[in-house]
Ligand binder design. Structure first.
Ligand SMILES: NC(=O)c1ccc[n+]([C@@H]2O[C@H](COP(=O)([O-])OP(=O)(O)OC[C@H]3O[C@@H](n4cnc5c(N)ncnc54)[C@H](OP(=O)(O)O)[C@@H]3O)[C@@H](O)[C@H]2O)c1
Length: 262
């Protein structure tokens, strides 16, 4: 039985979408390799997943720490070759309530986690998947990747970079037997969105979001974008001329600054 378990590794599994994905795979009796920064919340998620039938391995890991992230993931992939690696860890912040002097610093903070952190996660594992001729790498982007949103410039740009990189990698790695999926969720109720003071159209609960993500991943879809209506609008906006889009986006609310900037 143990040897038949699929191994799924998820970064940022201590909360929100990462935790919801861990639970849905736990129901399928997977072997889970879960990481996050908050040890207590990570253990709570791990315990729930074990109760659901998963074999769980956890490590407190900051994806900004390249060497530690690469060492741990390589070691775990050596013991239990990953079937699916989900680079989910992310932070979100924008211009709401920010002090002028922090605007540029926010760019570094957001890119270090959302972009460089994703590279630190997939970089050691993709060559190993290529060598095995199989594997599935998943990159967490966002619907915001379709619009240069002035209310959260670094967040939107980091997610756009992740989406472009993932979509391009999918083509590059396909001949090597490695699948790549990019997930672009709309608004999902998590601690990240709980901070948003504005109305979030079609806000979805995490269980439903996890079901949609898993359904897309089961089909090895290159791009998983949901919910349908906001996805349609976001993709339409991506086709609108930049001057019209910028005019429209200037009227949208600002995402609150990073917690340590308020
Ligand atoms: N919720 C949405 O509406 C939405 C929409 C589109 C995309 N997303 C993306 O989905 C992903 C998950 O977001 P969420 O909504 O589930 O938010 P969340 O509840 O705040 O969870 C974020 C997760 O990322 C982890 N994390 C943050 N920085 C990290 C770092 N430096 N190293 C390691 N782990 C780190 C957190 O760990 P700790 O808590 O342990 O620090 C936590 O487990 C993010 O990439 C986010 O951008 C979310």
């Amino acid at each position: 039985m143990t040897n038949q378990r699929k191994t799924i590794c998820i970064t940022g599994a201590s909360s929100g979408l990462g935790a919801a994905l861990a639970e849905i795979y736990a129901r399928g009796k997977a072997r889970l390799v879960l990481t996050g920064r908050d040890a207590e919340r990570l253990q709570t998620v791990a315990k729930r997943c074990e109760q659901l039938g998963a074999e769980v391995h956890t490590s407190v890991l900051d994806v900004r720490a390249r060497d530690l992230t690469q060492q741990y993931l390589t070691q775990m992939d050596h013991r239990y070759p990953f079937d699916i690696l989900i680079a989910n860890a992310g932070i979100s912040g924008g211009m709401g309530g920010i002090d002028e002097k922090d605007i540029m610093a926010q760019g570094y903070e957001v890119f270090e986690t959302n972009l460089t952190g994703v590279l630190h996660t997939i970089d050691p594992i993709i060559p190993r998947m290529i060598a095995r001729g199989r594997g599935h790498a998943v990159l967490m982007s966002s619907l915001v990747s379709y619009s240069p949103w002035p209310g959260a410039p670094a967040y939107a740009a980091s997610k756009a970079a992740v989406r472009f990189y993932g979509e391009a990698l999918a083509q590059t790695l396909k001949p090597h037997g490695v699948n790549v999926s990019v997930i672009c969720p709309g608004f999902v109720r998590t601690p990240m969105t709980d901070r948003n003071p504005y109305r979030m159209p079609l806000l979805m609960d995490t269980e439903k979001a996890a079901r949609l993500m898993k359904a897309g991943l089961d089909k090895k879809k290159r791009l998983i974008v949901y919910p349908f209506l906001t996805a349609f609008i976001a993709q339409l906006m991506g086709m609108i001329h930049s001057s019209v889009m910028t005019h429209f986006l200037a009227k949208t609310p600002q995402k609150p600054a990073l917690p340590d900037q308020l």
